[in-house]
Design a protein around this ligand. Structure first.
Ligand code: HEM
Length: 549
């Protein structure tokens, strides 16, 4: 701690006359050891690891290049897919039917049935190859090196950051630039032990959220009005507490408050991004009205978030100057400030990513998880019982030890992700030519790994429409599932950087909610998803929260 403080204090002084922010700390490189371990960890069960290791990629080295010309390898131009107009491709099908932008996932399935497990589609000048076969997907992942290239997670956010001269952040950059950022946050964000340091804050916000639900639920019916918005407020409050160690005041925020405006802006960013993505990209040439709206929404979120970063950094500086920074205080920011390879812009964008990203990812995932439990009351009761065994007293904090023992909860969450993944794809841009499914895919092609679309197919799962957490439990009930099917956080070196935080928050929230309530679904019909760059529930979720005796 003392060393770290000296480092921060020293670097704060240095920063005045250097563009680099902080100096004197050891980097946390993405070592080969780490690379190997991450490839063989995560959602890949042990019994599949040898399969994963021996299923060699078919990426091409120079000497293999002649294979492309071999009779067995079909050229890229022969790859099937929907035909469209020059440049526009199939855009008009989304504008005027039969497809729709908000059901893009369904049109991909339609194309899968028409063209098979590998096809390509061009929409407004952007050509993408789609892989809907776990074996093909494993080939893509296994040809990755230490720095897999991806298209930007959100093209429009990448553009915004460029226009405003901000750091691109992790999901919008590649190569050495990405490696530098990722190495810097790796230890803090990907190590479960590091993330568990934030458990007290997560507990506190979840407890306050549960109290709020008790207050705002309609007494007779148990319904919670605008539940999605309530979850968004919980998530932003929780992230503010993790990133800035403040209470931001989201839970009780009024509808015109800055907190609520930020939540609304975050939704608008995705809605507008969808509009720009399914259109001719004029916005790349000049500021179209839609781009203008998008910049305004980004500005609103970013400027208010940046204020929080600035205020917290000022507090840290002043505490350091007075020698009063306590051990473990402002953990996330002091950690980043201790990394000499990060400048102020990087530190800000990495912090703001942790602050904001859960709104579009953790929240829709949580709705999916709660829905699955609500419409499967027997599984909900089984989960509640397993929680009660581990933590009989609902006033006790949820510890790391409790979380590590919640095996049934983890299986429920996996099964929930099978029903409600948050996106249709994980994308890659291979840096070498690859041969997949007998087709030559040139280096630099945008390839989408659409395993999330296969998660309810009988080819891959027994009783796929049945919510069966037991299929993931070690033992007799465990199902033999292909290791490259259920990868809710992606895979490999570019796996989700917020995964540990998201999992921790979801686990704590589900435990506390079930300790206090029985959850019921009050719609007549089932919940489905709509596409808005990511997948979100297609309707306002109406849950009943019935207090447990
Ligand atoms: C349930 C919640 C979440 C899910 C299901 C999820 C899923 C994903 C997926 C599938 C990817 C692409 C991975 C790949 O390309 O292999 C990704 C990337 C990423 N996620 Fe998440 N995510 C979640 C929450 C979060 C949160 C809370 C953060 C906040 C820090 C976050 C930050 C990121 C970042 C920065 C990347 C890009 C990583 C890189 O390119 O190095 N995610 N996420």
């Amino acid at each position: 701690m003392a060393n770290n403080l000296r480092r921060i204090a020293g670097s704060l002084r240095v920063r005045k006359h250097r563009s680099t922010w902080l100096t004197g700390t050891e980097a946390a490189p993405l070592t080969d050891e780490w690379y190997g371990s991450i490839c063989l960890s995560g959602y890949i069960p042990a019994r599949w690891r040898s399969h994963a290791a021996t299923n060699r990629p078919i990426s091409m080295e120079n000497e293999q290049r002649e294979e492309v010309n071999s009779k067995d390898v079909k050229p890229f131009t022969d790859m099937p897919g929907p035909k469209g107009l020059p440049y526009l491709g199939t855009l008009l099908r989304y504008k005027f039917g039969p497809y729709r932008m908000d059901t893009y996932h369904l049109s991909l399935m339609d194309n899968y049935h028409r063209y098979g497990k590998i096809f390509k589609e061009t929409i407004a000048g952007r050509t993408k190859v789609h892989l809907l076969d776990p074996d093909y997907i494993s080939v893509m992942y296994q040809q990755e090196d230490k720095m897999p290239h991806i298209p930007p997670l959100l093209e429009t956010t990448q553009l915004y950051r460029k226009i405003r001269n901000l750091s691109p952040g992790l999901g919008n950059t590649n190569g050495e630039e990405w490696y530098r950022l990722r190495s810097a946050v790796q230890q803090m964000m990907m190590r479960p032990r590091a993330v568990s340091m934030f458990l007290p804050q997560v507990n506190e916000i979840v407890d306050d959220f549960v109290d709020r639900l008790q207050r705002i639920r309609v007494k007779d019916s148990g319904l919670v009005p605008s539940f999605k918005n309530e979850l968004l407020k919980w998530n932003l409050e929780s992230s503010a507490s993790t990133c800035f160690e403040i209470r931001f005041g989201c839970l009780d925020a009024e509808s015109d408050s800055i907190q609520q405006q930020m939540i609304t802006a975050s939704r608008q960013i995705f809605e507008l991004s969808l509009k720009l993505t399914f259109g001719i990209p004029w916005f790349k040439l000049f500021t179209t009205p839609t781009l203008k709206q998008l910049l305004a929404a980004e500005d609103l979120f970013f400027s208010n978030g940046q204020k929080l970063v600035d205020q917290t950094v000022t507090k840290i500086k002043s505490l350091v100057d007075r020698g009063e920074l306590k051990e473990g205080q402002y953990k996330f920011l002091t950690y980043l400030m201790g990394k000499e390879e990060l400048d102020y812009k990087d530190t800000s964008i990495l912090t703001l990513s942790l602050f904001a990203d859960g709104l579009s990812t953790t929240v829709p995932s949580m709705i999916g998880q709660l829905y699955c439990l609500a419409v499967n009351p027997d599984k909900q009761e089984k989960l509640y019982e397993s929680i009660r065994q581990l933590l009989p007293n609902k006033d006790e904090p949820i510890t790391n030890e409790v979380l590590s023992k919640c095996q049934y909860l983890k299986s429920c969450i996996k099964e929930g992700f099978r029903f409600f993944p948050i996106g249709v794809e994980v994308s890659r841009k291979p840096q070498k030519d690859v041969i997949i499914g007998g087709y030559h895919i040139p280096a630099g092609t945008h390839v989408e790994l659409n395993n999330n679309l296969l998660l309810r197919l009988p080819e891959y799962f027994n009783s796929p429409e049945t919510y069966l957490p037991e299929r993931w439990m070690r033992g007799e009930t465990m199902e033999k599932v292909h290791p490259y099917l259920l990868l809710p956080f992606g895979f490999g070196p570019r796996t989700c950087a917020g995964r540990r935080f998201a999992e921790q928050e979801m686990q704590v929230l589900i435990i506390r909610l079930l300790q206090h309530f029985q959850i019921e679904w009050s719609h007549q019909d089932v919940m489905a998803q709509r596409y808005c760059m990511l997948l979100t529930p297609n309707k306002e979720p109406l849950f009943k929260f019935i207090p447990r005796k």
